[in-house]
Write a protein that binds this ligand. Structure first.
Ligand code: NIG
Ligand code: FE
Length: 409
């Protein structure tokens, strides 16, 4: 990839270094340490590492954390949907708007009629914007094309942009995000199209590592979801699900049966659902900014899941319908206030646990020897500042593979 590596640099004068520690399997808050970076990787974290041949980055006594890993985003869309936002404020529900032809299907119509170069420019701008919020790795889904051409185009566009952008991008095929207009009366036909045409091409051309389905009442049933995910699994793709967002229809139980890596949303999950997550070794990815954005008070039971030992991850769910934000600091704030995670737990959920949900924890998600030097210098000293400075532009600089990619040093 993409960012040219520099020789050794040392980050000195760190106020507080906060990271997950894989040996103690817990978060650590370190003071009076320096971080040595070589060829894009963390060489050492410790005291008195300085030597004159290193380039010095003076942190000015601020907080340093790992770059965020945002494990659930939908950045490949064209038009925005602010009129739906207003309709919701005036009392319509997300599902009512979707049933009336708005929602995901309106984004599909918009993407299909898009000029490719303008679309690419918009998505590139969004990738830049992730960096500004301290995010250095994302999972990104297709799902606004819903035809073989436009789904493959969406994934290929992400692949092309990843080659020229510092962000690490994990791609997920979400052809089963909704039924497109032309298949409203022929759901079986659309499932066939996904299984016979889209999935084999996605797998053959290595356009995605994962397959996701929106498994929800009124969208893809558990039976339909199963058909798609079994086909994806057969082709070697990993499995993730949007499920139990509005009604607990048994998506988590299916996730457990199929060996999904994550189940996402889970605002309506039941006790049995939580047990299925535990038994299935599934990472719950919670999306509290979505609940907030939809004006709901019904948040996923994050505290309960954490206390049961589940490796809760959090994500923006960045998309034009239900979560128009790319800010992981904002997600951390809402996770503290509404999911009742502590600031340190929420940071773990946004870094190490999120990396685990993408099977990237050996490379990213923590500041440890041998990991990629993906880090953020903040404008304050203490980690509690991340949720506390609500909606504030808190990031001072962002470094990817040891190279400054946003802000100034
Ligand atoms: O994760 N829930 C389904 N998909 C997205 C919403 C997509 C949209 O409304 O455009 C989500 O919230
Ligand atoms: Fe989503």
């Amino acid at each position: 990839m993409k960012v040219s590596m520099e020789q050794s640099l040392i980050v000195r004068n760190i106020g507080e270094l906060v990271t997950y520690n894989s040996t103690s399997e817990s978060m650590q808050v370190l003071h009076n340490v320096e971080m040595l970076v070589s060829d894009g990787y963390i060489q050492e974290i410790g005291k008195d590492l300085y030597s004159p041949e290193f380039r010095v980055v003076d942190a000015g006594n601020v907080l340093i954390t790992s770059g965020f890993v945002d494990p659930h985003t939908h950045p490949v869309f064209y038009g925005t949907r602010e009129l739906e936002y207003e309709m919701r404020i005036m009392g319509k529900s997300y599902m009512e708007i979707a049933a009336a032809g708005g929602g995901i299907r309106s984004s599909v119509r918009s993407l299909r009629s898009a000029d490719y170069n303008i679309l690419k420019m918009k998505v590139r701008q969004r990738l830049d914007d992730f960096l500004q919020f301290g995010t250095t790795t994302i999972e990104a889904k297709s799902g606004y094309g819903l035809s073989p051409e436009s789904e493959l185009m969406s994934l290929q566009l992400l692949k092309d942009l990843a080659d020229e952008h510092p962000l690490d991008i994990v791609r997920t095929f979400l052809g089963a995000h909704e039924y497109p207009d032309e298949y409203r009366d022929n759901p079986e036909g659309y499932i066939d199209l996904i299984i016979q045409q889209m999935l084999p091409k996605v797998a053959r051309e290595k356009l995605a590592d994962f397959c996701d389905v929106f498994c929800e009442e009124g969208v893809f049933s558990v039976r339909e979801t199963r058909m798609v995910l079994e086909a994806a699994k057969f082709l070697g793709l990993g499995i993730r699900l949007h499920t139990e967002e509005f009604k607990p229809i048994g998506g988590v139980q299916l996730a457990a049966k199929l060996g999904a890596i994550s189940a996402d949303h889970l605002t309506a999950i039941t006790e049995e659902g939580i047990e299925a997550l535990i038994e299935g070794n599934i990472i719950p990815i919670l999306l509290p900014a979505t609940t907030f954005f939809l004006g709901s008070d019904h948040y996923a039971p994050g505290r309960k899941m954490w206390d049961k030992g589940l490796p809760v991850a959090i994500a923006t769910d960045f998309n034009p319908g239900s979560s128009m934000t790319q800010s992981m600091p904002l997600v951390i704030s809402i996770a503290c206030l509404k999911l009742k995670l502590t600031p340190l737990e929420a940071i773990q959920a946004a870094t190490y646990n999120a990396a685990r949900s993408l099977v990237l924890e050996d490379r990213v998600g923590s500041l440890e020897k041998g990991k990629q030097a993906d880090f953020v210098l903040w404008k304050f000293e203490k980690y509690q500042g991340i949720p506390y400075f609500l909606g504030y532009p808190s990031v001072q600089s962002v470094w990817k593979n040891g190279v400054l990619v946003w802000g100034s040093d």
